[in-house]
Write a protein that binds this ligand. Structure first.
Ligand SMILES: *Cc1c(COP(=O)(O)O)cnc(C)c1O
Length: 380
């Protein structure tokens, strides 16, 4: 008897840009053969920025070289620097702390909420001092941070509000797109992100035209657009590529469908996993508002055993942040001695990301859900 093998389920799509290859090659030719010979910050970049700006009803969208660079540009545009403190989540990716260190300011780590894994506004508020200049919540995995609370907190304490919305493009909370809750937000286009592209890039999005103008200058060595060699401020090289701009514009119209497929898969997982409460596997809170579906993450009491069980049946999973930010050697100098972030530590121990990309088939999605349910049921 031959048992049919279940389909292998890769974490990232194995043929991410397969369907777009002819278009991509066409655009390489088009830009490459254009007599204009403009390969960065040309009309294609401007057109892509306009497309996003109109779509979001933002004041400005400024394309730059990466999501990390977008964070640095905004912190600089807000004049965050030496002597300033910026409150960041204790659980998340390195650029959250590194971008603050990079401008000479001090990251102050706030603990997270146990269910959403995003920064806890009450914890953030406890850490406000007279040196606090900005607060920088980040949307995590598939859940947006509590932006109404952070906006209110920033207003009350007179703080700048920078929203790390790198993973949340297309997410909307109470009618406001991710990235537009604060004074500035950003999206990353590194290939694994929901609106990723074959290369590196990002955008700053803002409702504040003056801030947008400053970011525009800073991304190109502090020069005004169109006036080269006049430097108003010390900037960076964080420019955007014309081939990528053409590709992003071409592919943007299919972005909602790709996001919708991710949302559909996430909704199915949550429906299957919600009854597992009390059995050691906890899905993200089931709300549909303020969701982005970059990564679908469960919290598992025995994360290693669940990961091994899924691997045994061909399903790849991912642990994003195995330790809290202040526990890394790079950021330990900014952690007050003896301080603890118990919920960040617990999330670091328990989170496990399941495949949720738009190219998964229904059979693959069901296979993943069946395995998780069987694991939780057998264990309890
Ligand atoms: C990916 C990511 C970034 C950085 O974006 P890059 O384009 O990779 O530099 C910043 N913040 C968060 C939360 C991210 O997930």
């Amino acid at each position: 008897m031959t048992a049919s093998l279940p389909p292998a389920v890769p974490f990232f799509p194995p043929a991410l840009f397969e369907a777009d290859r002819p278009a991509l090659i066409g655009l390489v030719r088009e830009v490459g053969l254009d007599p204009e010979q403009r390969f960065i910050l040309g009309r294609r970049t401007a057109a892509f920025e306009d497309r996003l700006r109109e779509d979001l009803e933002a004041a400005d969208v400024v394309a730059c070289s990466s999501g990390t660079s977008a964070l640095s540009l905004v912190l600089r545009a807000m004049d965050v620097g030496p002597g300033d403190e910026v409150i960041v989540p204790a659980f998340g990716c390195a650029p959250l702390a590194a971008s603050v260190v990079d401008v000479g300011a001090t990251p102050v780590f706030a603990d997270i909420r146990p269910d959403t894994m995003t920064m806890d506004p009450d914890e953030a508020e406890r850490l406000v001092t007279e040196r606090t200049k900005a607060v920088m919540p980040a949307h995590m995995f598939s859940v947006m941070a509590d932006m109404p609370r952070f906006a209110e907190l920033a207003r009350r304490h007179g703080l700048r509000l920078l929203e790390d919305s790198a993973v949340a493009q297309g997410g909307v909370l109470r009618g406001v797109p991710a990235g537009l809750w604060g004074e500035a937000g950003l999206y990353s286009f590194v290939q694994v992100k929901t609106c990723g592209m074959p290369g590196e890039g990002g955008v700053v999005v803002t409702r504040d035209p003056a801030l947008g103008e400053k970011v525009r200058m800073l991304r190109n060595h502090g020069q005004y657009a169109g006036r080269r060699f006049v430097h108003h401020t010390v900037g960076l090289n964080s420019r955007f590529d014309e081939i990528q701009a053409a590709f992003q514009t071409y592919r943007y119209s299919s972005f909602p469908a790709r996001l919708a497929r991710r949302a559909e898969i996430a909704a199915y997982y949550t429906e299957r996993f919600t009854p597992l409460a009390g059995r050691g596997v906890v899905p993200p809170p089931p709300d549909r508002d303020g969701r982005c579906f970059y990564v679908y993450t469960v919290l598992a009491e025995d994360r290693e055993a669940l990961g091994a069980h899924l691997a045994e049946w061909g399903v790849a999973t991912h642990v994003y942040y195995p330790c809290p930010l202040p526990a890394h050697r790079a950021f330990a100098p900014y952690a007050p001695p003896g301080a603890r972030w118990p919920r960040a530590e617990q999330a670091a121990r328990r989170h496990l990301a399941l495949p949720v990309h738009h190219l998964l088939t229904d059979a693959q999605v069901q296979h993943v859900a069946d395995l998780v349910c069987a694991f939780a049921t057998e264990r309890s």
